[in-house]
Design a protein around this ligand. Structure first.
Ligand SMILES: *Cc1c(COP(=O)(O)O)cnc(C)c1O
Length: 408
């Protein structure tokens, strides 16, 4: 997708990017400093509505808050999703501070500290078990607190999903209990005083291929149906993962949500209804819910020409937006969608390179891109920044101030 296609979702006002119902420069004046991240509620709500309309009604939507843990965002989504998935004590706190009830919060991730597990058990959160060590910790916490821990077993599937930006299941993994070990684990812990609600399989992240996602979900239902025979109680919780991706670069095509949804309808009405009739199927998404509603806004501090190449130097950079800069040079870098937000209606005029204010050539936000002619104080906007932006970037690197974050 090209930058102007992303711009179309937000629209323009007075020749500028429209954000929170106002032109970008007015929002920037209200925020009072650059750089900043802005998340647009209308776009966010439209995304949740689109998901709800496409997915079967029986599917519960969980928000994986590591994608964007801003408390205002979590609070906003708490009223719109069915569940929240957390991955640390701080995230757990943020979820518990929102309006979602504790029994609708799940806690996943390897290396849960005993104190975190105790907090989760005390609050009645579903602990998603990644290992037998965690099972022991949960049992101990339950005994000490006089509570029956509510858990789900995270399973490392016996299949791998191709086409994910990040594979998190199949083969050896730090995530989950290997599928072939689960039957023995279930019988060993059958009388350990645990409320085992069901299973969780998360095969990978940032997948744009509907057919591959659909296949992973079919295989997950198959796997869980077989494991269910080893569980004393019916499966009530069936976390199918998600991994729905969003387009970041011009070569990425958006995920065909309707195709994924069609397959989920068939799964819900067929194998899930037949083999797991009491299960609540859950789709757990981070990036797909929040990724497209957010932009990162920086101000042009300098414009210079070096041996024929034009540079725009902005007041933000890789310390706030690591992924757009190519992850410390570890990935093949491709341009994220970038526009001059204060000249959103102006046709492109020149070839430009947008760099951040850090003292490293890795601080690159847009390389050899076509933009309108921008000058000092223009605002440069990067799209697709609602997920894995601020909290997934090395904010302390070089010691510049942290950016503001606003939900508009
Ligand atoms: C990170 C994570 C997610 C969210 O992944 P997205 O690609 O942002 O949707 C969901 N579930 C688990 C277990 C995760 O670790």
């Amino acid at each position: 997708m090209k930058p102007y296609e992303h711009l179309a979702a937000f629209g323009t006002l007075d020749g500028e990017l429209r954000l929170g119902g106002m032109p970008l420069s007015r929002l920037a004046a209200r925020v009072g400093s650059t750089p900043f991240f802005a998340y647009d509620r209308d776009i966010l709500d439209a995304r949740v509505d689109r998901l709800r309309a496409a997915l079967p009604r029986r599917i519960e939507l969980s928000y994986a808050m590591k994608a964007n843990p801003m408390p205002a965002m979590v609070q906003h989504l708490a009223a719109r999703v069915d569940r929240i998935d957390v991955a640390s004590a701080l995230e757990m706190q943020t979820a518990l501070d929102s309006t979602i009830s504790a029994d609708r919060v799940s806690f996943a991730g390897p290396g849960k500290a005993p104190a975190e597990i105790r907090q989760a058990v005390a609050a009645g959160i579903i602990v998603e078990i990644e290992s037998t060590t965690e099972l022991e910790r949960v049992i101990k916490a339950g005994e000490e607190l006089g509570l029956t821990p509510r858990i789900a077993i995270r399973v490392n599937p016996d299949f791998a999903v191709k086409g994910s930006g990040m594979r998190m299941g199949g083969g050896p993994q730090q995530f989950g209990i290997d599928a072939e070990l689960v039957p023995d684990v279930l019988s060993e812990y059958a009388s350990a005083g645990l409320d085992i609600l069901g299973f969780h399989v998360f095969a990978g992240s940032q997948n744009l291929n509907a057919a591959i996602i659909a296949e992973a979900q079919r295989r997950t239902v198959d796997l869980v149906s077989n494991l269910a025979e080893h569980l004393a109680t019916p499966v009530r919780y069936l976390n199918l993962g998600g991994g729905f991706g969003i387009p970041y670069t011009e070569k990425d095509q958006p995920l065909d949500l309707d195709a994924v949804a069609a397959d989920l309808h068939a799964l819900v009405d067929g194998p899930i209804a037949q083999r797991l009739p009491e299960a609540k199927p859950v789709i757990e998404l981070g990036r797909y819910i929040v990724g497209e509603c957010g932009v990162y806004v920086t101000r042009v501090l300098d414009r210079k020409v070096s041996r024929g190449k034009t540079y725009l130097v902005v007041d933000g950079g890789m310390h706030h937006q690591l992924a757009a800069s190519g992850n410390f040079g570890q990935a093949i870098r491709r341009n994220y969608p970038v526009i001059v937000g204060t000249r959103a209606d102006t046709p492109v005029e020149e070839n430009t390179t947008v760099v951040g204010c850090l003292c490293t050539p890795l601080d690159l936000l847009g390389d050899d891109i076509e933009l309108p002619h921008a000058v000092i104080d223009d605002l440069i906007v990067i799209f697709q920044q609602g997920a894995y932006g601020l909290t997934a970037s090395p904010t302390a690197f070089l010691g510049h101030p942290a950016p503001a974050e606003v939900l508009v």
